[in-house]
Design a protein around this ligand. Structure first.
Ligand SMILES: *[C@@H]1O[C@H](CO)[C@@H](O)[C@H](O)[C@H]1NC(C)=O
Ligand SMILES: *[C@@H]1O[C@H](CO)[C@@H](O)[C@H](O)[C@H]1NC(C)=O
Length: 371
């Protein structure tokens, strides 16, 4: 029975769309590139000593049905509120309840009219939003005023403003994942394998937008070191995060060969970064990395409505300040996890798929030494 179903499944979900794609192949101008050799770094290089691969067993769900694809999470210690951006344009506020996830209360706060992704607090209490469609926004703390800070640099408009972090001196550091594809088309940017991403800064006093790095492979999450000397940013396609030394204008690998495709990275105020991986490394993604032709076929199938970019084994990796892996929290059926933020003893996770925030009690369900 199982064999029967999986053969059918294989035919309708993979072989048939691939055949259609091959027939149409000549007609399409989509032109994926070979990825740099570093993208092939084996995932075994960054395996942490501690693992909890049954994340969903202990998971609790917050705001079920009220939070539509809450991508990033920012926590305001003073008010106890979580801010998160949803696919319907709403920045929502969630009052979390430490003992009972079900008692959390969700409030529609401000609608940006775009797609809020990255969220952080400015030094004067304003809420900074990396809005995929609009650019970098600042929302006053009372929610009454939304201001566009910047939406282009060096004459190139942002197309997928993705993540933002605020330095202690008030400077905003943020990413534009792609100047070519918007968020509804992000899969094509991953498949094309060309560097359309940039790391940028915005000075709130001079109002100058600067390009710090260009030609990044889907520039995604960004965080700042506690000593404020460097940023750590993720390139999803490359399965790596790099350091950018702010005053030296220098780049260095932070962690590479991740066991999945990194999205947001967050510092927990306590010596660790948490890197969310939207999917684990899978055979099909591995093959795709190697073979542009395969990515072209997947892109064609995607255009005709077939979802071939299967995601599984998503999770969050805890690393120390030097990029050494410490623990991984994941689960086989888990996918589209975009952020991991540690609040108290809980890890709160955002997502590009679910209609809730997922959380895990790290004391009750710790990662443990692998046998
Ligand atoms: C929370 O709500 C879910 C769904 O309504 C329910 O299945 C679960 O038992 C509730 N948990 C608690 C602790 O009340
Ligand atoms: C995103 O890009 C697609 C393809 O170029 C376009 O059809 C769509 O209108 C864009 N979405 C928005 C909201 O700009």
């Amino acid at each position: 029975m199982l064999v029967f179903f999986s053969t059918r499944f294989l035919f309708f979900s993979i072989i048939f769309p691939l055949l259609v794609s091959i027939i149409l192949y000549q007609l399409d101008s989509f032109d994926p590139a070979h990825l740099p050799a570093e993208s092939l770094v084996s995932s075994t290089t960054s395996t942490p000593p501690l693992l909890n691969d049954k994340f969903l067993t202990g998971a609790e769900f917050i705001g079920v049905g009220l939070l539509d694809n809450p991508e990033d999470i920012a926590y305001n210690k003073d008010t106890g509120l979580i801010y998160t951006g949803c696919v319907d344009g709403w920045v929502k506020r969630v009052s979390i309840h430490h003992d009972s996830a079900n008692d959390s209360v969700v409030e529609d706060w401000v609608n940006t009219g775009g797609r809020p992704l990255g969220i952080a607090f400015g030094i004067h209490g304003e809420v900074i939003v990396a809005d995929a469609y609009k650019g970098l926004l600042s929302i006053s703390d009372d929610g009454k005023k939304t201001e566009l800070l910047t939406d282009e640099a060096e004459g190139v408009r942002f197309k997928l403003t993705d993540a933002v972090v605020v330095a202690d001196n008030g400077v905003l550091y943020f990413t534009d994942a792609s100047y070519k594809y918007n968020i509804s088309q992000y899969a094509f940017d991953l498949l094309e394998g060309k560097p359309h991403g940039r790391l940028l800064s915005f000075d709130t006093i001079t109002r100058v937008t600067r390009v710090l790095l260009r030609d990044l492979y889907f520039a995604n999450g960004v965080s700042i070191s506690p000593d404020q000397t460097h940023l750590v940013f993720c390139e999803t396609v490359m399965r790596r995060c790099s350091k950018y030394y702010i005053s030296e204008d220098r780049v260095e690998v932070f962690i590479q060969g991740l066991p999945g495709y990194p999205d947001n990275i967050r510092y927990d105020g306590d010596g660790h970064y948490w890197i969310a991986m939207i999917t684990g490394e899978t055979t099909s993604w591995k093959l795709g990395t190697k073979y542009p032709l395969l990515r072209k076929l997947v892109a064609m199938a995607t255009k005709y409505g077939f979802e071939l970019m299967f995601m599984k084994n998503a999770g969050i990796m805890q690393v120390d300040l030097n990029g050494n892996p410490i623990a991984l929290y994941n689960d086989h059926p888990f996918s589209h996890i975009t952020s991991g933020v540690k609040i108290g003893n809980h890890l709160y996770c955002g997502s590009l798929l679910h209609s809730y925030i997922t959380r895990l009690d790290l004391l009750k369900y710790p990662a443990q030494k692998k046998l």
